[in-house]
Design a protein around this ligand. Structure first.
Ligand SMILES: Cc1cc2nc3c(=O)[nH]c(=O)nc-3n(C[C@H](O)[C@H](O)[C@H](O)COP(=O)(O)OP(=O)(O)OC[C@H]3O[C@@H](n4cnc5c(N)ncnc54)[C@H](O)[C@@H]3O)c2cc1C
Length: 428
C-alpha cells in the first residue's frame, strides 16, 4: 500500500472488524427460509450502510430501503463544491450497487411508523410491514430558533447547505455572484450539530476561493459557541496564517434574527451586513423521528440502546446516525453513522435469529477537513462500549489530530470519501 491509496479495510476497519467478530459463525447464505423482513428508512450514510451490511452478513434476510431522493449526495467533500474545487456530480452516487445485492429500493417518503403493528406508511398511501425497522433520517432544522427565518423567502435567501444537493449548488452560485469586496458570513449554531468541524472547513474553503478570485472580500465566521468546536488549534492556525485579513472569527456570536430584505444578521449586541449569509440553523433529529415519537432526549434527539441501536422509545425500531443523542464525545459524522449501521446490522441479524448480541462493540471515527484546496487536517477517535454506564466512552490515548495541515492528508481525505461511499453503497 502506498500513501496515496488507503485500503477499505484500513479506513473503515474498526466497524468491519467488529462486524466480523460479532458475526463469526453466522451463516451468510441467501438460500433457505428468510430470517425476517427489515425495512430501512433513509438511504444516507447510516441507512445505506445498514442495508448493505444486512445483506452481506444476514444471508437470506429481506431488506427494503426507503429513500426520498433518487440519488445519494454526500455532505463530506461538498464544501469543496462551494470553493469551486469540485462539481456536485463528483459527490453524487447511485443506489445500483445496493440493488445488485438484492436490497429492494423504494423511492418515497415515509410519513408514519406504527411500532405496534410493525408497519411504516408512505406518502403514496402504501404500507410496508417489518420484523425490525432501522431509521437513519438525519437532521432537520430548528428554523424557529432564528427570528425571520420561518418564511420560504428567507430560507431561499439564507441557505444552510447543510444537506448536500440543490442548496450546495445554489450557495456556490451566491458566492460566485458576490462582488469583489463583498462579505460572506457563516453562522454556526451551538453544539450539538451535524459535523462539528464542517463549518470551519467551509469558512476556510470559501476564504481560499475568495483569496484567489475576489481578494478584496471578507469571510466572517459568526460562532454561537465560545470557541472553535473541533481541531481548534489547527483551524485557528489556518485562520491566522492563511487567511489573515480575509477571515474574521467571532466567538459567542449567536445569530438571533435575519432580515431578508436587507441581508442583515442580527446578533445579540450588533447587526452584521453580508452579501452572502450562510445560516446553519440549530438542529434536531429529522421530522420523521419527531412525528413517530422517537424523540425522547431534550425534545431534540433519539435515545438508543448502544448495543443494538434500538430506540429507547419504540421497541423494534433501531435509529442511527445524526438523529441519535450522542454518547460522550461521539461526533455526528458520516463515519460514525457508518459505524452505528454496522452495530445495528449485526444486532438486528442476531435478534432475528434469537442469538445474543455482541456485548463489547467498539466504533471509531476519522474526520478530514480541507483548510485550503490542497491541504487537510484530521481528527480521529475510538469509542468502546462501557457496560457499567451503558454507553460508548472514548478510549484514552486512541486517535488524535494532525500535527499540521498537509497535502498527503488531502489524498487520504479523498480516498476516505471514495471508500466510505463504496462501503455504504456497495460500489465496485
Ligand atoms: C458540509 C458538511 C461536511 C461534512 N463532512 C463530513 C466529513 O468529512 N466526514 C464525516 O464523517 N462527516 C461529515 N459530515 C457529516 C455527515 O454528512 C453526517 O453526519 C451524515 O450524513 C449522517 O448520516 P445519517 O445517515 O444520519 O443522515 P443522512 O446522511 O443525512 O441520511 C438521511 C437520509 O434519510 C432520508 N430521509 C429522511 N427522512 C426520510 C423520510 N421520511 N422518508 C424517506 N427518506 C428520508 C434523507 O433523504 C437522507 O438521504 C459533513 C456534513 C456537512 C453538512
Amino acid at each position: 500500500m502506498n500513501d496515496t491509496t488507503i485500503s477499505r479495510r484500513r479506513v473503515l476497519g474498526a466497524g468491519a472488524a467488529f462486524g466480523t467478530l460479532a458475526l463469526a459463525g453466522c451463516a451468510t447464505s441467501s438460500s433457505g427460509p428468510s430470517i425476517g423482513r427489515v425495512v430501512v428508512v433513509g438511504g444516507g450514510f447510516g441507512g445505506a450502510t445498514a442495508a448493505r451490511y444486512l445483506k452481506m452478513w444476514g444471508g437470506n434476510v429481506d431488506v427494503t430501503l426507503v429513500e426520498r431522493n433518487t440519488s445519494f449526495v454526500s455532505c463530506p467533500i461538498s464544501n469543496l463544491v462551494l470553493g469551486g474545487y469540485k462539481q456536485i456530480a463528483e459527490v453524487t452516487r447511485g443506489y445500483d450497487g445496493l440493488k445488485a445485492l438484492g436490497v429492494k429500493l423504494v423511492q418515497g417518503e415515509v410519513t408514519a411508523i406504527d411500532a405496534a403493528a410493525r408497519t411504516v406508511k408512505l406518502a403514496d398511501g402504501s404500507t410496508l410491514g417489518y420484523d425490525r425497522l432501522i431509521v437513519s433520517p438525519g437532521i432537520d432544522f430548528m428554523t424557529e430558533a432564528v427570528g425571520g427565518l420561518g418564511t420560504p423567502a428567507a430560507q431561499a435567501k439564507f441557505l444552510h447547505s447543510w444537506k448536500a444537493g440543490a442548496q450546495t449548488v445554489a450557495l456556490r452560485r451566491q458566492i460566485e455572484a458576490m462582488p469583489d469586496g463583498g462579505v460572506f458570513a457563516i453562522s454556526i449554531p451551538k453544539v450539538p450539530y451535524r459535523c462539528p468541524p464542517g463549518p470551519y472547513e467551509r469558512a476556510c474553503v470559501v476564504a481560499s476561493y475568495l483569496q484567489q478570485a475576489k481578494p478584496k472580500s471578507k469571510v466572517l465566521v459568526l460562532d454561537a459557541n465560545p470557541e472553535v468546536q473541533s481541531k481548534k488549534a489547527l483551524f485557528e492556525k489556518a485562520f491566522k496564517d492563511r487567511y489573515a485579513g480575509i477571515l474574521e472569527y467571532r466567538p459567542n456570536a449567536e445569530l438571533k434574527e435575519v432580515d431578508a430584505a436587507g441581508g442583515t444578521a442580527r446578533l445579540e449586541f450588533e447587526d452584521v451586513k453580508a452579501d452572502v449569509l450562510n445560516v446553519i440553523p440549530p438542529q434536531r433529529a429529522a421530522d420523521l423521528a419527531r412525528s413517530a415519537g422517537l424523540v425522547n432526549v431534550n425534545n431534540r434527539w433519539v435515545g438508543v440502546n448502544w448495543l443494538t441501536m434500538e430506540s429507547t422509545a419504540l421497541p423494534g425500531v433501531h435509529v442511527l446516525g445524526d438523529a441519535t443523542f450522542p454518547a460522550p464525545t461521539m461526533p455526528k459524522s458520516a463515519h460514525m453513522a457508518n459505524q452505528h449501521a454496522k452495530v445495528a446490522a449485526a444486532a438486528v441479524i442476531q435478534l432475528l435469529k434469537g442469538e445474543a448480541v455482541n456485548a463489547t462493540p467498539v466504533v471509531m471515527n476519522t474526520c478530514y477537513s480541507f483548510v485550503s484546496a490542497r491541504e487537510v487536517i484530521h481528527v480521529a477517535s475510538v469509542h468502546q462500549y462501557d457496560a457499567a454506564n451503558k454507553t460508548f466512552q472514548p478510549v484514552a490515548g486512541a486517535g488524535g489530530v494532525s500535527a499540521a495541515a498537509n497535502q498527503v492528508e488531502a489524498r487520504y481525505a479523498l480516498s476516505w470519501a471514495d471508500n466510505i461511499w463504496a462501503d455504504a453503497l456497495a460500489l465496485a
